[in-house]
Write a protein that binds this ligand. Sequence first.
Ligand code: HEM
Ligand code: HEM
Length: 416
Amino acid sequence: MSTAPPHLSPARYHGAAILLHWLLAGLLVYQFALGLRLDTVSGAAKFTAFQLHKSIGITILILSLARLALRLTLRRPGEVGEGVQKLGARLVHWAFYGIMLLAPLSGWIIVSTAKIKVPTMLFGVIQWPHLPLPAAFNQPAVLAHTVLVWSLPALIALHVAAVVYHLRKRDEVPGRMFPGRIAGGVGVASGVVWLAVAAWLGFGGPIPDLWSRSSVPPTAQVASAEATTQRVAASAAPEPNETVPGAEVAVSCNWTVQPGSRLGFTAHYGSDPVSGTFRKWQARIRFCADDLPRASIAATVNLASAATGDADRDENLHGASFFDTARFAQAHFTASGFKLVGPGRYAVSGNLSLHGVVRPVRVVFTLVQRGAEAAAQGSASLSRLAFGVGSDEWAATDQIADAVAVQFTIRATRAK
Ligand code: HEM
Ligand code: HEM
């Protein structure tokens, strides 16, 4: 770790150290500019910009660890100057290492402890884990990230000023961070241009969408689920006669929901779909295809049973900002007045009572019925804000879209 005695010191930094110096300098400046841009984009572009910021940031973390390992193991040119000058150079260089490691680390903590955890897909390919830390780390990490990243321009200014000072003194320092026989002046000028290009790309360059492959918009999911249902309905055998020939007994129009039925929802975080299911719900269904005016449904959903596969996110979903299950434990949906809108396809407008608000919601579904068994698959789209679901910072739609898709698959048997 210490500098080698003068007669053993190399004249310039090792090629790998030089390569990493310039690669990291460009990435850091690009990342800083991209970070400032995060606030200026919205909708799906915001999601993509954040994924890019996280991908580049984690790359910086990994490359900086490699650079630190080289710094601690390879021989390097001797230190120059005396006293304050020498101390200043040391401080600036170690502060750079601190930022290169702690800025990405604090960013990683922010996303790991956010209320809604959006998965990090490095360049759309590798899923990067979240750190297992409590939510209390979030605010300090945001503060640390801001302070660390804003120290970067100040350090770069000091660092470049020192290099220019050595350039004017015509000593060997400026040339040590460039390969081969590149003269210090040419190298320093190229370095400044390189950083300017990186800043320009970060502020205004394209944000490649490497993430669209991994995120299917919920509307597309609903559409494809409906398309599947249509195919099932089309290939199903014709519905057998519902009444047993010669039987006197009237066939019941009441249905009992069977295990395996599912009630799910898909919200939209940026362009990232977040899906979940309600584990506890029940429905009273009265339906006979030849007596639609008397058909009805009454469903009750236990909102605290909503599960999205992430315990922290679920806690937040049940909490005061969203469902507020302490005050509104259940949602109710009642509907009658079913209409046949296509072969085996029905629509009904009902009333949904959710979060203390009652609003009409239209449901469309496909029904396949075989004797005493029926399978229905359908969906509805509703505005979460119309029900007041999402308060404070979640009342804006730039992070979580207003439209939420509800999907269900019901298997039922005819009550005796
Ligand atoms: C984000 C931008 C930059 C960072 C983070 C950075 C970081 C560093 C660090 C940590 C060192 C110490 C080498 C070590 O011990 O590993 C160093 C050395 C050096 N850097 Fe930079 N640098 C940046 C930009 C620049 C620019 C723009 C120039 C030139 C215009 C430059 C020229 C040099 C030179 C010549 C040295 C060798 C100094 C010596 O031998 O004492 N750097 N840089
Ligand atoms: C050296 C690497 C990094 C640099 C230079 C950097 C730079 C920035 C900048 C300039 C901002 C805007 C700050 C402001 O508006 O005041 C920002 C915000 C942000 N960065 Fe980074 N970042 C880095 C690494 C990361 C990493 C690795 C992650 C996550 C894995 C990350 C996540 C975030 C987040 C979530 C925000 C928004 C924070 C907020 O809520 O205000 N950053 N970053």
